[in-house]
Design a protein around this ligand. Structure first.
Ligand code: DGL
Length: 280
């Protein structure tokens, strides 16, 4: 109607955070669910791999880096798309930042729901598997299952390669999976949860070398759905494409030597360049 006030149509901005490319699985899932969302990405590549860092140091780092990202990038919602960071720092992040935060924790509850053999496997970083969070999830949601875990040192590196289009060495992948299957009772595993977001990009490699009956649980789509649910609580839908909106940005705390190749690999997810994010 003439003269009536039309509220500005703006899309919320999401920030996805990880130590490297692991959070790109959540970006991919979000882009399927809500293609017009603006999704910025921050990778703390200067400290990759998080799985090898000391807990207290890492907590301080994550809180200070994401506080600075909150100020600079002004997201409306943060996804901590990293199990190593989420199982350590979600509580201090929620106490410090002033925005909704969606975390990402190993899918033990989901595995407990679907396993028929009641023997479940979990692949995660060595930092994640030693967190009390894991035994708590096991106790709360899957205590009638045998839980076999493997804290993998090399899988995040292999996932970085796979994301860049390289085929990971099957012998190395098999060696890591054997650390699960060769444990006592390992032959009964029928379900394996991905407890590190990087591993989404290794799923085809896992499926090639593991027994065919294994159910692989990748939480990335569920994380994306949870993020949209949280947005709905804070925004009225539908989400509008905003003509003033700028392109989503992809930041790293340290630029890799193969920056140009990586830029090519993130283009299909909507990013035109890799930019340096200054470390606080
Ligand atoms: N993608 C991260 C996770 O989910 C961590 C990989 C790493 O930096 O070690 O745990």
């Amino acid at each position: 109607m003439k003269g009536s006030h039309t509220p500005p149509r703006v899309s919320p901005r999401i920030l996805v955070f990880d130590s490297g490319i692991g959070g790109m699985g959540a970006v991919q899932a979000l882009r399927h669910l809500a293609p017009i969302l603006r999704i910025d990405y921050l990778a703390d590549t200067a400290l990759f791999p998080y799985g090898e860092q000391e807990d207290e140091f890492l907590t301080k780092r994550i809180v200070s880096l994401l506080s600075s990202a909150e100020k600079e990038l002004k997201p409306d919602l943060l996804i901590v798309a990293c199990n190593t960071a989420s199982t350590l720092a979600l509580t201090p992040l929620r106490q410090t930042l002033n925005l909704p935060i969606v975390g990402c924790v190993p899918p033990i509850r989901w595995a407990g729901r679907v396993s028929v053999s009641r023997t479940i496997g979990l692949l995660a970083t060595s930092a994640t598997i030693r967190r009390p969070y894991i035994s708590q999830l096991w106790h709360d949601y899957a205590d009638d299952c045998q839980l076999l875990v493997h804290g993998a040192r090399n899988l995040a590196d292999l996932a970085e390669q796979a994301f860049r289009g390289e085929t990971p060495d099957s012998a190395l992948v098999k060696h890591e999976l054997d650390q699960l299957f060769n444990q006592k009772g390992g032959e009964k595993i029928d379900t394996i949860g991905l407890g590190c977001t990087h591993y989404s990009f290794l799923l085809p490699s896992f499926q090639r070398v593991a027994p065919a009956h294994i159910a692989w649980l990748d939480p990335a789509p569920a994380v994306a759905q949870q993020a949209l649910r949280r947005l709905k609580e804070n925004w009225s839908f539908p989400l509008y494409a905003n003509k003033e909106a700028t392109a989503p940005r992809f930041f790293m705390t340290s630029l890799p030597a193969d920056k140009d190749r990586l830029t090519e690999q993130v283009r299909w997810l909507g990013y035109n360049s890799c930019e340096l994010f200054p470390t606080p």
